[in-house]
Design a binder for this molecule. Structure first.
Ligand code: PEP
Ligand code: MG
Length: 938
């Protein structure tokens, strides 16, 4: 009677003949196996074979690395079918069948797992193989290849001794390559290889069936080798999938000059051009192409060398591409003029090729516009928008040992130039320099504006250096922890190499790599990339989210508009305050702001007192008069007003420029946010300056000025500036600043309207924590707006708030009553929700968290849906419930991250706002996100 176990065993199917599978069975047969089956179904010339399923691999691990019962029995019966098809028997000493045993999981993991070729050759069968092929040298060559590969993969032998033996043989024969070794020399190599293979801890099996079993185990084991595990971790592929094993009759590209092997792509994977692209080697096996022993030749030469095989290859390539509706990467072998296809898969390609092939294939009617959008990973578009290193030049730099270290790839693009270590030198020397700092601060702005790129040893991807450079579209590598920057000696040291000021370095903002010396860059030009322009137009027709840009200058605004931004979602006004010609006025204003605020407070307090005294008190009235006189006439108040007026002039021109560039589109202007002390020179340098001035007997007036600045800087210093006197707190305590900004916005608006333009400013409050704050600001600013001839709030000038604090998100319902729009400041919202400093966390501990799996991804790069996302959803729901006309956007760095855009789509936001360079990325990502949501609805 059959037991339950027997039943289970008979029910389990481990092995699938190529004719039994198809391309839809990738989960079970792996990508390679499933495609081999599909090709057989299409009638393509694939050598006969079968696939052991990924289920079997999982079972192998479940059983503690034991092959399941019945597997080898099934393998033997499938081998019999292959024997029948080829007309040779496995292990037959007279004319043996040889097979390849290849790994292949659901997702392509190129080169990570193991494969064994020429299996079936033993000391016995190699003689028969030589006779059957009539080529003893070829048989010995195949055998030595088998011994080395099997020894390494299945017996875990060190490959070094194999290499040594081969090297010694070439030396004594006086030849340069393996291919030149004659029969005698190979005989000797084989003998020594055998001896070495038998000397290891694992017995070398003479029986080909035992070899086959060990090879299957070895391929299963290679699923968990260190390379494959690391690759899966990097790519986010599950460790539980397991690999399939394809077993296929060998065909021999090394059986003469009418044979060969190669790899080809149905379109050029670098440019996307429609041409058969690739290379081949005559009289060779696959590993010769990879190992670089001989230089492969372009596939076009196959047309003259083996025209019939070439014609077949073109035909099959075309069929495969049409069938899979994607560019194929094909491995082939030609044996005595007959072509065999050994593998096909979707080709990996550059962003340029991805865009071109997606658009071309849509034109050719092969795929739909929707598919074209989903074919191009949105983040890859960055490759098309910024300068890149010439890949060959970069490779040479690596080979020359010029790669110094790695940091975080904070802002994409490649840059090469002299290293400079302070902002002033960057300004002096101009655009061809890379500004290197331990970290950057607003003081470095002039240098950052001028330099080609920025490199820092500290900071994360939302640090000052990262945010500013992304906004400017300049490459940056930040948080390069191996980098030591010595500002006083003007040098940097990385892993033993020292670079002095003026010496060249290069940084790759795509990868975070830092190099010594120059590397050539290539400039992009998207206006000539018709395919990209068309793809983005299709995306615009599909996406629901609007795309705005974070831009602080007319130039940025123009670039953003050129890239298709539908307005500005965040204009950070503090960046305007950092320009060198304005800083003196900003400092003057700050130095006196406390004085003015105190006088205003005094007047207000006295008025309350007067009221309490019944409206009459000569003494109080005198106090009020004195304070008013001071406010109107004392030197400090005058200087304050003068500085404010000066800034107002600048700001009016700034806003006018941006609003003109964005004519007819919304421009959200956020009032000043940065902590005030950021505008003052560092305290230490003020102390030094004051001491030096005093020691050198500087005039009293100058000394007083310096002392005042020092006192002011001391009083503005905070231990926790990110949680301190910034954002709306600033607007409430120093109201004149926000009032000045609103006047400037509205003056610019009035000026443009008078010209007949259509400026659409929107005014946004930063770092709001609750309704009382918002209402207080709104009340004050409404008065200013009225005086300028406007109403604040819809249908007048839209008034809204950022949501950057968890409290604001949780109280969104009551804020929405007083706001026309919310904009989620996901940088601060992430910082405040996690309690992670956005300036320090990445460098200090976030990498550790990511490596240990304590966090799935960097929450400053990809929005944390579980926590931050939940707050956003609450704010969306409660905000809209209170104010159905509330407009909702997101303007943190996540606005340009495709995965976060998927979240924004699902949360029902109206727009995302990102740096100008990321606008095309966001357009494409938003369309892909909309397609994903549509799919969910089906
Ligand atoms: C934010 O906090 O997400 C934001 C956009 O403001 P900033 O980065 O200027 O603090
Ligand atoms: Mg913020």
């Amino acid at each position: 009677m059959a037991t339950a176990k027997d039943h289970l065993m008979t029910a389990t199917k481990y092995v699938y003949r190529f004719s039994e599978g198809n391309a839809g069975m990738r989960d079970l047969l792996g990508g390679k196996g499933a495609n081999l089956c599909e090709m057989v179904g299409l009638g393509l010339p694939v050598p006969p074979g079968f696939v052991i399923s990924t289920d079997t691999c999982r079972e192998y691990y479940r059983l503690g690395r034991e092959l399941p019962d019945g597997l080898m029995k099934s393998v033997r019966s499938e081998m019999a079918v292959v024997e029948g098809a080829v007309g040779r028997r496995f292990g037959d000493p007279a004319a043996p069948l040889l097979v390849s045993v290849r790994s292949g999981s659901k997702f392509s993991m190129p080169g990570m797992m193991d494969t064994i070729l020429n299996l079936g050759l033993t000391a016995d069968t190699v003689r028969g193989f030589a006779e059957a092929t009539g080529d003893r040298r070829f048989a010995l060559d195949s055998y030595r290849r088998f011994l080395q590969l099997f020894g390494k993969v299945a017996l875990y032998l060190d490959t070094e001794p194999f290499e040594e033996i081969l090297k010694a043989a070439k030396e004594s024969a006086g030849v340069a390559s393996d291919a030149e070794l004659d029969e005698r020399a190979l005989e000797d190599v084989v003998e020594r290889f055998e001896r070495y293979a038998r000397s290891g801890p694992h017995a070398f099996p003479d029986d080909p069936w035992e070899q086959l079993e060990l090879a299957i185990r070895a391929v299963f084991d290679s699923w968990n080798n260190a390379r494959a595990t690391a690759y899966r971790e990097y790519q986010g592929i599950s460790h539980d999938l397991g690999t399939a094993v394809s077993i296929m009759a060998m065909v021999f590209g090394n059986s003469g000059w009418d044979s060969g092997t190669g790899v080809c792509f149905t379109r050029n994977p670098a440019s996307g051009t429609r041409e058969l692209y690739g290379e081949f080697l005559a009289n060779a096996q696959g590993e010769d192409v990879v190992s670089g022993v001989r230089t492969p030749r372009p596939i076009s030469e196959l047309a003259t060398e083996m025209p019939a095989a070439h014609t077949e290859l073109v035909r099959h390539g075309q069929n495969l591409e049409n069938h899979f509706r994607d560019v194929q990467d094909i491995e082939f072998t030609i044996e005595h003029g007959k072509l065999y296809i050994l593998q096909t898969r979707s080709a990996k390609r550059t962003a340029m090729a991805a865009v071109k092939t997606a658009v071309d294939m849509t034109d050719e009617g092969l795929i739909s516009k929707e598919e074209a959008i989903l074919r191009v990973p949105a983040s890859d578009l960055m490759q098309l928008l910024v300068p890149l290193f010439d890949e060959e030049a970069k490779q040479r730099a690596v080979e020359e040992g010029r790669l110094l270290g790695r940091g975080l790839n904070a802002s994409p693009g490649a840059a090469t130039g002299q290293a400079v270590f302070d902002s002033e030198t960057a300004v002096e020397r101009g655009a061809e320099v890379i500004l290197v700092r331990p970290e950057t601060s607003p003081d470095d702005m002039p240098g950052m504006l001028r330099a080609a790129a920025v490199l820092t040893s500290r900071g994360g991807i939302t640090s000052h250096a990262a945010v500013v450079t992304r906004g400017l579209g300049k490459p940056a590598v930040v948080g390069c922890s191996d980098l030591y920057v010595d500002l006083s000696r003007k040098l940097m040291a990385v892993n033993g190499t020292t670079i002095h000021e003026g010496e060249d370095i290069s940084i790759d903002g795509f990868t975070g790599e830092v190099f010594a010396g120059r590397i050539e860059t290539i400039a992009p030009d998207i206006s000539r990339n018709d395919a990209l322009i068309r793809l983005l137009e299709w995306a615009d027709g599909i996406r629901r989210l609007a795309i705005r840009a974070n831009a602080d200058t007319p130039n940025d605004a123009a670039q953003a508009r050129g890239f298709g931004a539908h307005g500005i979602g965040l204009c950070r006004t503090e960046h305007m305050f950092f320009q060198p010609e304005r800083l003196p006025s900003v400092r003057r204003m700050l130095m006196s702001a406390g004085h003015v605020a105190r006088l205003e407070q005094k007047i207000e307090d006295a008025r309350v007192e007067l009221q309490q005294a019944g409206g009459v008190s000569a003494e109080i009235e005198k106090d009020i008069r004195e304070a008013q006189d001071a406010l109107e006439g004392d030197a400090e108040s005058l200087a304050y007003r003068e500085a404010l007026a000066h800034l107002e002039e600048y700001q009016t021109a700034d806003f006018s420029g941006i609003l003109r560039t964005m004519d007819g589109l919304p421009v959200v202007i956020r009032l000043l946010d940065a902590p005030l002390h950021e505008f003052l020179p560092p305290l230490e340098s003020l102390i030094d300056e004051f001491a030096t001035a005093r020691a050198s007997g500087a005039p009293a007036e100058e000394l007083a000025e310096k002392e005042h600045l020092l006192e002011e800087a001391r009083s503005l210093r905070e231990s926790n500036p990110m949680l301190g006197h910034r954002g709306s707190r600033l607007g409430l305590t120093y109201p004149a600043i926000y009032e000045m900004q609103v006047r400037a916005i509205l003056a610019a608006t009035n000026g443009l309207k008078a010209e007949g333009l259509d400026p659409r400013p929107e005014i946004m409050m930063p770092l709001i924590m609750g309704k009382a704050e918002l209402v207080a600001l709104q009340t004050r600013l409404r008065t200013v707006a009225t005086a300028m001839g406007h109403t604040l709030g819809k249908p007048g000038i839209h008034f809204g708030t950022m949501i950057e604090l968890p409290r604001a998100a949780l109280l969104a319902g009551e804020l929405a009553d007083h706001a026309d729009f919310f904009s989620f400041g996901s940088n601060d919202l992430t910082q405040m929700t996690f309690g992670f400093s956005r300036d320090d966390a990445e460098e200090k501990f976030l990498r550790f968290y990511l490596e240990r799996g304590l966090l799935p991804q960097n929450p400053f790069a990809t929005l944390d849906e579980a926590g931050v996302g939940r707050l956003i959803r609450i704010a969306v729901e409660e905000g809209r419930a209170a104010n159905p006309r509330l407009e909702l956007g997101l303007c943190g760095e996540h606005g340009g991250d495709p995965q976060s855009i998927v979240f924004c789509e699902s949360a029902g936001l109206d727009y995302v706002s990102c740096s100008p360079l990321r606008v095309p990325v966001a357009r494409l990502a938003a369309a892909a996100a909309a397609l994903g949501e549509r799919e969910k609805d089906v």
